[in-house]
Design a protein around this ligand. Sequence first.
Ligand code: NAD
Length: 484
Amino acid sequence: MTGLDLVPARHRALFIDGEWRPAQSGAVFPVHDPADESVLVELPDADATDARAALDAAAAAQPGWTASAPRERGELLRAAYEAVVAQSDEFAHLISLEMGKPLAEAKGEVAYGAEFFRWFAEEAPRIQGRWLAAPGGGSRLLTIRKPVGPCLLITPWNFPLAMATRKVGAALAAGCTMVVKPAELTPLTTLAVTGIFERIGLPAGVLNVITTTKAPEVSAALMADRRLRKVSFTGSTPVGKILVGQSAGELQRMSMELGGNAPFIVFEDADLDAAVDGAMVAKMRNMGEACTAANRFFVHASVADRFAQLMADRMGMLVVGRGQEPGTQVGPLIDARAVASVSALVDGAVAQGATVVTGGKAMTGPGFFYPPTVLLGAPPDAEITNREIFGPVASISTFTTEAEVVARANDTEFGLASYVYTADLARTLRMAEALDFGMVGINTGLVSNPAAPFGGMKHSGFGREGGFEGIEEYLETTYVALPL
Ligand code: NAD
């Protein structure tokens, strides 16, 4: 099984107004297997003309979708959930094939990604307005919730299923139509999900998908169009800033899920074995290619050497290989640029005095492999301390007081995930309040949950996905004044 069966030849196409189409220019681009650099398939390379056709379809479908019964939208999402779950193995293989992650992790992503459809299936019938008496009396205030309108949903390559479902699920539940632009490195999983929506009878034009290598051209064309009312973007902070700037012209509503620089803090009273277990998850999920990945390990000086040795032992034992091979625990990085970037960060830290406890040198190809690596003592001004590593490298430094570690953890422009290991309840609460991050994991290395509001602050963006908050991003409020 490769998973490619989920995207038959007919579906290796743009999906516009309920039809699978080539790009109007006839252009195509290749999708690669990061484990051996071979070409998996070629897909249409959409340009601004195709993107406008997709928005035409979304705009035309919007009134009908707005008028649809919430239960109808919920039932469609529920059917999509069942269909993804029924093909979990195929989806896991496809994700692993195009993105590289080990099969076991890909299965985890399928369960997590599908759950957004189930969660939002249940949220669709619970959209509510308010009714209240004006404080001064004499009138009543009513609020009505409406879908914001046609959306542009842009996803990254690192979670090809989950990053799409948490946007698509919320937008569909709210009653929005959409143009989805998956990452050009991993577009196949989105096409597989689109095939499901076609099969279960989602009305034409509600969901449109364009594959392209011309993301800047496509987003500029769509965002210059006043019919587009909302952009939800998950990706890097620099691209997020471009999109926020671009939104000024037509003032689209924006949701920004951007980069992270998560601190992972281990206090002296923590259960050290549990902290190492959590650290392995927080660091190594997705080979470190996660916005929530632990990026800076702050370990109390009294336990730092022991923690580093335990981490190095665990990291050094991990099996690196092709994601679909049984036994593989660490797959390839996404491309050659990713390997070069991780190598440069590690080499730079070593040049500034960090010690390599394990790993530290890129592996030879084919495929984009980098070994699990532990560094000790990278200085605060090292690039590895200040940039998202996005690879399997744990950089450990020490601290001595709670105030010091809070200051150092918050000393970043990012504010997405953070992790704290401690056995002290009062300290737990102090840390949760003191850390300037959208998510705080206490004695856990995994914070993602479809029922929780996922998102960041500062340069990690704004808006939340999942939870009760997730659907709000796709709803407008109309207030109705009712004098008595
Ligand atoms: P990226 O910013 O390079 O690309 C993300 C998406 O944006 C892709 O689909 C890409 O084609 C598109 N894009 C690029 N330029 C564009 C433009 N000018 N207009 C419109 N679209 C454009 O990011 P990436 O390398 O795919 O993903 C990794 C980044 O995503 C990391 O920084 C990671 O932290 C972040 N991320 C954040 C979250 C979160 O929820 N906060 C989740 C996953 C990944």
